[in-house]
Design a protein around this ligand. Structure first.
Ligand SMILES: [Ca+2]
Ligand SMILES: [Ca+2]
Ligand SMILES: [Ca+2]
Length: 247
């Protein structure tokens, strides 16, 4: 268990605890890797023998470089991104790992994300922007996002996923695929498509929903909105909830 800082691939000489980006890093349980703003090449984490090992990847700052953070088998990564960190050109690929925990502060951004094939827990503050497509893959994934988020395509794979956005969500597509999924959006949700996929799904939206299509697909699906005049498809139960104005 140790703390390391991952720096530019061309750093020479490396200081104490520094690792150059661009290679494969062997992880022991409890290790912490801080990604420096100078890191500029793909970083691949592999487990020492055994596992799955819990370990941490930390972004305290923006990073303008283009690279991927790849976590391999027998690892259970916990990734933390601080407030105001612009990581628009950084992708995370955790699809070989045993479960991803991702905690993101306010007003941050990240590129493409592939979650693990197990249950992932993703918690994001307000004002987030994803600049690539996200797919949390199999496992019962929980994605909780604050207000005014921008996503392109978001998919959550099989099993019972829970997707929650605050107000002002803007997205290209939310597709929760198979499993009994719950999608909850606050007011002013704007997007192209909500696709709940197979299974018994629950979709809720607030006031002033502006989503082109809301489709429950197969299963016994339930749709609740505070917006009148929407036209969902394949929803076995639909209710428009109106709140009386305050007296
Ligand atoms: Ca899933
Ligand atoms: Ca997953
Ligand atoms: Ca579903």
């Amino acid at each position: 268990m140790a703390t390391y800082t991952i720096v530019s691939s061309t750093t020479d000489p490396l200081g104490p605890g520094e690792i150059a980006a661009g290679g494969t890093i062997t992880v022991s349980p409890g290790d912490v890797f801080v990604i420096d703003p100078s890191a500029n090449s793909n970083i691949t984490f592999v487990a020492s023998s055994g596992g799955p090992h819990d370990f941490d990847v930390v972004f305290n700052d923006s990073n303008a470089n283009t690279f991927k953070v790849i976590t391999s088998a027998n690892l259970r990564p916990s990734v933390t991104i601080a407030d105001n960190s612009n990581l628009s050109n950084v992708d995370i690929e955790a699809q070989s790992s045993e479960g991803l925990t991702l905690d993101v502060g306010h007003n941050a951004s990240l590129g493409k994300l592939d979650g693990s094939g197990a249950a992932d827990t993703i918690t994001i503050g307000d004002g987030f922007t994803a600049t690539g497509d996200w797919n949390t893959l199999n496992g019962a994934d929980v994605l909780t996002v604050g207000d005014n988020a921008t996503f392109l395509k978001l998919k959550t794979g099989n099993q019972n996923d829970t997707v929650t956005f605050g107000n002002g969500a803007n997205f290209g597509e939310i597709d929760t695929e198979g499993g009994n999924d719950t999608i909850t959006l606050g007011d002013d949700a704007t997007g192209g498509n909500i696709q709940a996929g197979n299974g018994d799904d629950t979709v809720r939206t607030g006031n002033r929903e502006n989503v082109s299509t809301v489709d429950g697909a197969s299963g016994n699906d339930n749709y609740t909105t505070q917006t009148s005049g929407t036209n969902p498809s394949n929803m076995e139960s639909t209710s428009v909830v109106c709140y009386a104005p305050a007296p």
